[in-house]
Design a protein around this ligand. Structure first.
Ligand code: SAH
Ligand code: SF4
Length: 358
């Protein structure tokens, strides 16, 4: 909300708050629909160009409101341009990374939820770099809108000839989304709204390392987004070796929260497993994981470890990953192996650090 001469970032406001804010500025709430279309669907960032709004409204907005934009510090491309990583500078000079990945069927944006991350998972470049601050809802939604603009500017088309647009969002960039719960949910709600980018709820995945209160809150609020839980170890001891956060919320508490979420939403949960040679890729680990997931609607996503400078562990061999998958499948568990994209530009899972040389 407005205070003093500060400009209000319109992308920070949910539907109800936007209407209230317009009212406070003496603008009829009937203009909210047009305004949202400019903000989300058309990507207009200059109030003067919002021609369907009366001049008086445009002038009032220009005086009191702002819209998140980023400065592009660097663009890196891989896979013939189908994977693009952007280093974006925020208004206060902090930097985040956003990744745009196109395949024939999907156009996915991987968004950051924090500048850095306080949780320090040993194999993650973001965790190795430390924590700056939470991102605002506008900065989170703004990354998807930025990606949409990139597609628009490139005149990108899908395989079937239709204009390409963002179809999926994964909150798997820098940071832990459930430590920035309100901003993440406001951003996703705005993007999924039919007046926003109209992305399907199930096409949005929130990945958490196991912030238990956030999972309980998603369950009690019946948040319709897909949930991915970064497990990596199937015992408390194994998790503790990799994920300091396991000291705060034990594996037992985490699995309780997952059961609650699955029951409340009638949804399966994705469990992510970064496969590290000799650490968590053995038959005994597969057996422990199968046992742990017993009775939970689950799909396991195997992510071959991506290299980061701060961690000496190595990627499991393809054959080890394949065997691990077969063992899980033999226990009746659905498994997918995450396609590795953009490793050469450090755009893979856990490689985002906004470092000048990445
Ligand atoms: N903080 C959230 C989301 C961001 S990390 C979380 O941890 O879930 C997104 C995914 O990348 C997580 O599953 C994380 O464990 C994984 N990841 C982190 N570092 C990695 C690395 N070096 N190689 C492969 N996956 C990694
Ligand atoms: Fe943070 Fe996720 Fe990286 Fe862990 S893996 S340090 S929770 S971003």
């Amino acid at each position: 909300m407005a205070c003093g001469n500060e400009h209000v970032d319109l992308l920070n406001l949910d539907l109800a708050s936007l209407a209230l804010q317009l009212k406070a500025w003496g603008i009829a709430t009937a203009h909210a629909g047009h305004l949202r279309r400019y903000l989300y669907r058309d990507g207009v960032r200059d109030f003067a160009a919002m021609h369907e709004l009366p001049p008086r409204v445009r002038a009032q907005l220009a005086e009191s409101a702002t819209i998140t934009t980023f400065a592009i510090e660097r663009e890196s491309r891989a896979d013939d341009g189908l994977t693009r990583k952007y280093l974006l500078r925020l208004h206060d000079g902090r930097q985040i990374e956003t990744v745009l990945m196109r395949t024939g069927r999907r156009t996915t944006v991987c968004v950051s939820s924090q500048a850095g991350c306080p949780l320090g998972c040993v194999f993650c470049a973001t965790g190795q770099a430390g924590f700056d601050r939470n991102l605002t809802a506008g900065e989170i939604a703004g990354q998807a809108l930025f990606a949409q603009q990139v597609l628009r500017d490139a005149g990108a088309v899908r395989n079937d000839g239709a204009p390409d647009r963002v179809s999926n969002i994964v909150v798997m960039g820098m940071g832990e989304p459930l430590l920035n719960y309100d901003a993440v949910m406001t951003a996703l709600d705005n993007l999924c709204d039919p007046g926003g980018l109209a992305i399907g709820f199930k096409q949005v995945t929130i990945s958490t390392v196991g912030v238990v209160p956030g999972i309980f809150r998603m369950a009690s609020e019946r948040r319709p987004y897909s949930l991915a839980v970064s497990l990596h170890g199937a015992t408390q001891t194994d998790r503790l070796r990799l994920l300091p956060v396991a000291r705060t919320w034990s594996l037992e508490e985490l699995m309780d929260a997952c059961r609650r979420y699955a029951a409340a939403l009638h949804r399966k949960i994705f469990f992510e497993w970064t496969v590290i040679a000799g650490e968590n890729d053995g038959a005994e680990h597969a057996a422990a994981l199968a046992e742990l997931l017993h009775g939970i609607p689950a799909q396991v996503n195997l992510i071959p470890l991506n290299p980061t400078t701060g961690y000496a562990g190595s990627t499991a061999a393809d054959s080890a990953v394949a065997t691990f998958r077969e063992l899980l499948q033999a226990s009746g568990i659905k498994v997918s192996i995450r396609q590795r994209r953009g490793i050469e530009i450090a755009a893979g899972c856990g490689q985002l650090a906004a470092s000048p040389n990445a």
